[in-house]
Design a protein around this ligand. Structure first.
Ligand code: G3P
Ligand code: MG
Length: 247
């Protein structure tokens, strides 16, 4: 059995600053740091011209002032959008950050990063592989190996990331699939990230028995977090930086 993967903190800030800031923005990363968080998760997608940016959705409407598909847009056009006002007018004018700027800010603030590789879904396997390759390569340049963990729901993206770099990888699952051990082995993953609402005690024990790290998302109730820790879960990812303490 390998020596177990260890997270720098038990509570990780989801999408940068959770619900206290616009998701996947530099403002969110700064807020997480200001609240004492040392570990953040954020999502990285490619624009149509293959520039990695922080973005969760395939489309722009929910979190920006723009419209349409992320995966066919030009990075220069996305750079002009407001990605802050949807959360609160206090964040008006907050830009959609490039991955490089977000990674540099993490390094500057001492934030460990779970970089979730989020392929633009309509692009299929080709875009998933390109996203895995480019985000992994950029992460290997931006971060020291101990300060970053790559993850993705996309097996194609993770396989491409594994070819592109030797950084630590986590397999990200909603319901744990029957072949999870095979998926972990295919990319030599060091951790498994699961939906807290769907993970059973037996599944948690089986994952830990393999010497893997185990993180659960998205946990916004301190009592639920404690129950998961008692089950052997190593870390939780939260939107509620005001309710869950990073310590
Ligand atoms: O990486 C954990 C979590 O962020 C996965 O779900 O949809 O919030 O990216 P989502
Ligand atoms: Mg995510």
């Amino acid at each position: 059995m390998r020596s177990p993967y260890s997270y720098p903190q038990r509570v990780i800030a989801h999408r940068g600053g959770g619900v206290l800031a616009p998701e996947n923005t530099l403002a969110g990363l700064r807020l997480a740091h200001a609240r004492g968080f040392g570990a953040v998760e954020f999502d990285v997608m490619l624009t149509g011209d293959a520039v990695p940016i922080l973005m969760h959705d395939d489309t722009l409407e929910r979190t920006t002032s723009g419209r349409g598909q992320v995966g066919t847009a030009r990075a220069a056009d996305l750079a002009r959008l407001d990605a802050g006002s949807w959360r609160d007018e206090r964040f008006a004018g907050e830009p959609v950050p490039g991955f490089g700027a977000a990674a540099a800010l993490c390094v500057e603030l001492g934030l460990w990063a779970n970089v979730e590789i989020k392929p633009w879904a309509p692009g299929g396997v080709a875009v998933a592989e390109r996203t895995g390759t480019l985000v992994a390569s950029a992460s290997a340049i931006a971060f020291s190996p101990a300060r970053v963990l790559l993850s993705s729901f996309s097996p194609e993206a993770l396989r491409a990331a594994r070819v592109a770099c030797r950084l630590d990888i986590a397999c990200l699952f909603d319901a744990l699939p029957a072949n999870w051990r095979e998926q972990v082995g295919a990319v030599d993953a060091v951790a498994v990230h699961c939906n807290a609402a769907r993970l059973s005690k037996a599944e948690a024990a089986a994952i830990k028995a393999q010497g893997l790290g185990l993180m659960c998302w998205t946990v916004n109730d301190p009592e639920v977090a404690q129950r998961l820790f008692d089950m052997g879960v190593d870390a939780v990812c939260t939107d509620r930086l005001d309710l869950l303490s990073p310590a």
